[in-house]
Design a protein around this ligand. Structure first.
Ligand code: FES
Length: 104
């Protein structure tokens, strides 16, 4: 993918280490999480019953849905219990004080 697909989403200071933030870029709701200087983006809708993951919790690389506790790895989007369910993933990066996310 070309670097052209990365668009600015936030100032770096708005996404603290260990936190998550919902952004709306290129017509998509993307949940960004940060672990150190790594940024990961996933879709915000839980594939269980459609709850918003942005209202859940993040711990390390794992986001937990607030409704029924499904857990997903933000690095891969994978639901931890079965391989059949997963979130869309979006690459993120921090550059020049901004958080960028790759949209396609
Ligand atoms: S809606 Fe997310 S776990 Fe059920």
């Amino acid at each position: 993918m070309s670097e052209d697909n990365f668009v600015p989403a936030l100032d770096e200071a708005e996404l603290k280490d260990g936190s998550m933030k919902l952004v709306h870029v290129a017509g998509k709701d993307i949940l960004l999480t940060r672990v150190g200087n790594q940024v990961f983006g996933v879709s915000n809708i839980c594939p269980c019953k459609g709850c918003l993951l942005s209202k859940g919790k993040i711990a390390g690389y794992i986001v937990t849905c607030p409704c029924h506790g499904w857990e997903f790895d933000v690095r891969t989007g994978q639901y931890l219990k079965t391989k059949e369910k997963r979130l869309m993933t979006y690459r993120g990066e921090i550059k020049d004080g901004k958080v960028y996310v790759e949209v396609f």
